[in-house]
Ligand binder design. Structure first.
Ligand SMILES: Nc1nc2c(ncn2[C@@H]2O[C@H](COP(=O)(O)OP(=O)(O)OP(=O)(O)O)[C@@H](O)[C@H]2O)c(=O)[nH]1
Ligand SMILES: [Mg+2]
Length: 563
C-alpha cells in the first residue's frame, strides 16, 4: 500500500492543490479540501481559481455507480469518554442485494483497480484520480429512532463521496454514548479501521460527523502513513467547490451571475474558515519533511500561513458585504414590478431543478447526485390563464448541514426570504421522506421565513411503491399537491395551487385607474387576480387581489375612488 501511495506523488492529484504546499508530498496532494489558492479577493479571479484549481467531475459523465457502503452489522461494545473496549475485528457486512457480498465486491474492485493508471479517469476534459475511501459513522445512544439511522446516514455519505469523485471501498460504524474527545471513536475501533486500511489500500478515511482539528490530527497520526482523514463537512465543502466551478459556464444572465459570484465567494469563505484551525496539519507535514529536525521552521510557517488566511478572510467578508448590499438594491428594484416570486426549497435530490425545467423549459442541471444545484436560478413561469410568476430554484438541504455552510447558503436564502411563496419539494418515493421533510423544516426554522406561506409538493409519485395510496392521502390533506416532475403528472394542479396560495398573500383593492395610466392596468392584470373591471367616466374601476407592495403603489387611486 505504501508503495502505491508514494508513487502517487509523481502524478499530482487533480483534485487538490494545497495552497501552502510547494512540495507536493502525497499528503499535501490529495483530494478533499484545501483546494483554493488564497490571494487577494477578486470575485472574477476567484471564480476562475475555483474553476482551474480543481479537477471537476463532469456532471454529464455519471458512469460511476454509487455503491452502497458495506455497513458493519455486528453489535459494538459501548465506549464512553474514550474508554478502550472497542471491537477489533473488521468485518465487511453482506449488503449486496444481488447476492454478492461486499467483500467479494471489494476484492473485485481491487483487482480491477490494481493498476493506478486505471484510476486516472478523464472527465469533462480533465484527469481525475479516484481515491479509495473508507467511511466511518457513529451511532449515538439516545439518537431518536425517527431520525436518520446510521445505515441511511452512511449511504448518504457514500453518495457524497461518489459525487466528490471518490471510490468507496468499505465502511464501519460504532455505537457510542459520547464521542471520544481525542479520536472521536474508541481505540479498538481505530485499530480495526487501521486493519481495513491495510487490507483495502484505503487512501482516505471519511467520518460522517464533523471532527475537531485535534481529532483529525490524532486520527491521522493513529492511522499513520499517508492516509488522509476528513469529515462530512470537508466533503460537502469540496463538492460545493467543484459545483461552483461546473456551474459557472451555465450562467446566462447578470442576475444569476451575481448570485453565482456570491455563492462562490461564500464557499471560499467557508473553506478558509474550516482550514484555519486545521492548518497545524501542515506543521506536521513540514516537520516530517525535515526529518523532525527543524520543528521551529514549520511552526513559523504555520503562523505566517494563519496570518495570511486571516487577512484573506477579512477581505473576503468585506467584499461579500458590499456585493450583498448591491444585491439588496437589485432586489428592491425588481420588486417594483411585483411579479410574485415562488421559491423551490427541499432536500437535495428531491427534484427541484427537474420541476423548474419542466415548468419553464429551462436547462438547469438535474441529475441523480447530491448538490447538483449550487446557484439559485430564477425563471418566469407563464400559466395558461396568462398569469405569471417567477420561479427560483435553490440549493438543496441536507441533514447534518455544516454550520459554516449555512452562511454559504445565504445568497440563496436571502432570495427566498423575499418570496411570496415557498414550495417545499419532497421526494415521496424516498424511504426517509419524513426525515428529509423534518431536516428541511429545521433549516427553514433557522431562517427568517416563518411568515411566508408554504405549499408542500410530493414529487416522484411515479416512482413511489404505492402511488394510489399516496394520492388518497393527498386528497385528505389540503396543503399538499402530488406531482411527477418527470412525467408532468399533476403539474396543472400544482400551478393552480401556487396561484391560490399566492392569492392568499395578496390584498384586496378597489381602485380607479385613470385612462392615461394604461400600463398600470396591464400590470394589475399581470401580477394580480382581477375579479372585475368597469369603465367609469374618469377611469377604469378595478377590483382585484394584488401583492401588498403593489397595493401600496395604488393607494392614491384607492383614495380617489373612495372620495
Ligand atoms: N422518477 C422520477 N425521478 C425524478 C422526478 N423528479 C426528479 N427526478 C430525478 O431525481 C434526480 C434529482 O433531480 P434534481 O432535479 O436534480 O433534484 P434537485 O432537488 O434539484 O437536487 P439538488 O440540486 O441536488 O438539490 C434526477 O435524476 C431526476 O431525473 C420524478 O418526478 N420522478
Ligand atoms: Mg437542483
Amino acid at each position: 500500500m505504501m508503495a502505491s501511495c508514494s508513487s502517487l506523488t509523481s502524478r499530482p492529484s487533480p483534485l487538490v492543490h494545497g495552497p501552502w504546499s510547494s512540495n507536493p508530498t502525497s499528503n499535501g496532494n490529495r483530494p478533499i479540501l484545501l483546494s483554493l489558492k488564497i490571494r487577494p479577493f477578486d470575485p472574477l479571479r476567484l471564480a476562475k481559481a475555483v474553476r482551474h484549481g480543481l479537477g471537476v467531475v463532469s456532471p454529464d459523465n455519471t458512469a460511476v455507480e454509487v455503491e452502497a457502503p458495506a455497513i458493519e452489522t455486528q453489535e459494538v461494545n459501548d465506549e464512553v469518554g474514550g474508554s478502550l473496549d472497542g471491537v477489533t475485528e473488521t468485518q465487511l457486512g453482506d449488503n449486496g442485494k444481488d447476492g454478492t457480498t461486499s467483500s467479494t465486491r471489494v476484492k473485485k474492485k481491487r483487482e480491477d483497480d490494481d493498476s493506478l493508471d486505471n484510476r486516472f479517469q478523464v472527465r469533462n476534459g480533465r484527469e481525475v484520480f479516484e481515491e479509495k475511501a473508507y467511511l466511518v459513522g457513529v451511532e449515538r445512544k439516545g439518537d431518536r429512532e425517527e431520525s436518520f439511522g446510521i445505515d441511511e446516514s452512511l449511504k448518504e455519505l457514500a453518495q457524497l463521496a461518489d459525487t466528490a469523485g471518490l471510490m468507496v471501498v468499505g465502511s464501519t460504524y460504532q455505537k457510542l454514548s459520547s464521542p471520544n474527545p481525542r479520536t472521536y471513536i474508541g481505540s479498538g475501533k481505530v485499530s480495526e479501521i487501521k486493519s481495513a486500511i491495510h487490507a483495502l489500500d484505503v487512501e482516505t478515511v471519511i467520518f460522517d460527523d464533523e471532527l475537531s482539528p485535534g481529532q483529525l490530527r490524532n486520527l491521522e497520526k493513529a492511522f499513520g502513513g499517508d492516509v488522509r482523514v476528513c469529515d462530512r463537512t470537508a466533503l460537502i465543502l469540496d463538492i460545493f467547490n467543484q459545483r461552483a466551478a461546473t456551474h459557472e459556464a451555465a450562467l446566462q444572465d447578470a442576475h444569476n451571475c451575481a448570485l453565482q459570484l456570491i455563492n462562490c465567494s461564500q464557499v471560499a469563505l467557508a473553506l478558509m474558515e474550516y482550514q484555519l484551525p486545521r492548518l497545524t496539519r501542515m506543521w506536521t507535514h513540514l516537520e516530517r519533511q525535515a526529518g523532525g529536525q527543524v520543528k521551529g521552521m514549520g511552526e513559523k510557517q504555520i503562523e505566517v500561513d494563519k496570518r495570511i488566511l486571516r487577512t484573506q478572510i477579512g477581505v473576503l467578508k468585506k467584499e461579500l458585504d458590499s456585493v450583498r448590499k448591491h444585491r439588496k438594491q437589485y432586489r428592491n428594484r425588481r420588486t417594483s414590478v411585483p411579479v410574485p416570486v415562488v421559491s423551490l426549497v427541499g432536500y437535495t435530490n428531491a427534484g427541484k431543478s427537474t420541476l423548474l425545467n419542466r415548468l419553464t423549459g429551462a436547462n438547469v442541471l438535474a441529475e441523480d447526485r447530491l448538490f447538483a444545484t449550487l446557484d439559485p436560478t430564477t425563471r418566469r413561469v407563464q400559466i395558461k390563464n396568462g398569469k405569471e410568476f417567477l420561479l427560483t430554484d435553490t440549493v438543496g438541504f441536507i441533514q447534518k448541514l455544516p454550520t459554516m455552510l449555512v452562511a454559504a447558503f445565504r445568497a440563496t436564502l436571502e432570495e427566498i426570504s423575499e418570496s411570496s411563496l415557498l414550495v417545499h419539494v419532497v421526494d415521496i418515493s424516498h424511504p426517509l421522506a419524513e426525515q428529509q421533510i423534518e431536516a428541511v423544516d429545521n433549516v427553514l426554522s433557522e431562517l427568517d421565513v416563518s411568515s411566508i406561506p408554504k405549499l408542500m409538493v410530493w414529487n416522484k409519485v411515479d416512482k413511489a411503491k404505492d402511488p394510489q395510496k399516496i394520492k388518497l392521502e393527498v386528497e385528505r390533506r389540503e396543503d399538499v399537491v402530488c406531482i411527477s416532475a418527470l412525467t408532468g403528472e399533476g403539474l396543472e394542479e400544482f400551478c393552480d395551487a401556487v396561484q391560490d396560495k399566492v392569492k392568499d398573500s395578496m390584498v384586496w383593492v378597489e381602485a380607479l385607474v385613470p385612462f392615461n395610466k394604461g400600463e398600470l392596468l396591464s400590470t394589475i392584470h399581470q401580477v394580480g387576480m382581477v375579479e372585475k373591471t368597469e369603465y367609469m367616466e374618469n377611469g377604469t374601476l378595478v377590483k382585484a387581489h394584488v401583492p401588498l407592495r403593489f397595493a401600496r403603489m395604488l393607494t392614491p387611486m384607492r383614495q380617489l375612488h373612495i372620495s
